[in-house]
Design a protein around this ligand. Structure first.
Ligand SMILES: Nc1ncnc2c1ncn2[C@@H]1O[C@H](COP(=O)(O)OP(=O)(O)OP(=O)(O)O)[C@@H](O)[C@H]1O
Length: 334
């Protein structure tokens, strides 16, 4: 559906996007994840045709559109702030693009009402944007972008100005719509949790380059690079080395598969460690209450580990506990 081949872009003589390549299949929720200022919005603008790359190619459905301006691509884009026509009602805002595209009144009504229903704003049909909350306005702008049925939609941090619970709710609704309409979505965010929850594929962007890409599980549980593991806050990183098929580190010895001999870093997931109260060799140095679970930081020798769980036993700072580590852990080259 969408393919970028070695796309590079300079702004103000600075390299902002450097030889970025990726492919997004039809119906994929593809997230571009990265820190602020790393080039995510610039990448979306390049896809939309709002910026032109100095190098590389952009293909839509196999057609090279690199030289086609935004008007010729007509890819809907949803921004952080809803940009609605202030003098039109909610219904008219959503219907606007459909009228210009020549849809008949009945078809427009069906489409607008279906979207209003899924986004749970049917009762707002006759209101004007100035009378709506930020979340309601963003729902309208999502409905307006999706209404014409374009198979590809770009979203630039669309939920970042909403409060966390609304953000989750709207994210789930967009995900449902994306599945129902079999949309291809390119979604920009800097929020790891949001990316993990919504995406089929994630492209991790760092300083304008692709750091790593893969499914949420691949990037979180089996990252290839330490920078990825760090960005995804995937667990505890432990330095060591692989000797004769085993990974040796200060915490002990683990099975090692597919990593050559030499220095390596192990990734121990926070939820992969068992804790039992008793006189063990781990000492609790911090406890964070998370509601459904707790995060506990323990010190084992010189190594500190975060452990997350819904611990049944009473735990307190200073207490010593026993921990049981998994036999095999994910390893990365150091
Ligand atoms: N028109 C411009 N002229 C010069 N530099 C620009 C321009 N637009 C963006 N930049 C720079 O390009 C870099 C990437 O910006 P971009 O908005 O793509 O990042 P981002 O990852 O989307 O950031 P954020 O998450 O903060 O929105 C930034 O350093 C920014 O200052």
């Amino acid at each position: 559906m969408l393919e970028l081949v070695n796309v590079s872009k300079k702004l103000d003589r600075q390299s902002i996007i450097q030889s970025v390549s990726f492919r997004t299949p039809k119906g994929c929720f593809h997230t571009i994840l990265g820190d602020s200022g790393t080039g995510k919005t610039t990448l979306l603008k390049l896809i939309a045709g709002l910026e032109k790359p100095e190098e590389g190619h952009i293909l839509l459905e196999g057609r090279d559109v690199t030289a086609v301006p935004a008007e010729g691509r007509r890819i809907p884009m949803i921004f952080q702030q809803p940009l609605l026509f202030p003098h039109l009602t909610v219904y008219q805002n959503i219907a606007f693009g459909l009228e210009t595209a020549g849809w008949n009144k009945g078809k427009i009504r069906n489409q607008v009402q279906a979207l209003l229903a899924v986004l749970q704003i049917s009762e707002l049909e006759l209101r004007i944007p100035g009378t709506l909350s930020g979340g309601q306005q963003q729902r309208v702008s999502i409905a307006r972008a999706l209404a014409p049925g374009n198979p590809l939609v770009l979203m630039d941090e669309p939920f970042s100005s909403l409060d966390p619970s609304l953000r989750r709710e709207l994210g789930q609704q967009v995900k449902t719509l994306q599945r129902q309409m079999n949309l291809t979505v390119i979604f920009v965010t800097h929020d790891v949790t949001e990316a993990l929850q919504l995406s089929d594929e994630i492209l991790l962007l760092k300083e304008g380059k692709v750091l790593e890409s893969g499914t949420p599980q691949e990037l979180y549980e089996r990252p290839k690079k330490m920078a990825t593991a760090r960005f995804m806050e995937a667990g505890n990183l432990v330095e060591g080395s692989v000797v004769k098929g085993e990974f040796h580190c200060e915490l002990g010895c683990f099975l090692s598969v597919g990593i050559p001999e030499g220095p390596a870093t192990g990734l121990i997931p926070e939820r992969g460690i068992c804790v039992t109260s008793g006189d063990g060799d781990a000492r609790i140095i911090d406890i964070r209450y998370l509601g459904k679970s707790r995060r506990v930081k323990v010190l084992v020798g010189d190594i500190s580990l975060w452990i997350e769980g819904d611990f049944q036993c009473d735990l307190s700072i200073g207490q010593t506990v026993e921990i049981r580590l998994p036999e095999q852990i994910h390893l990365m080259y150091s």
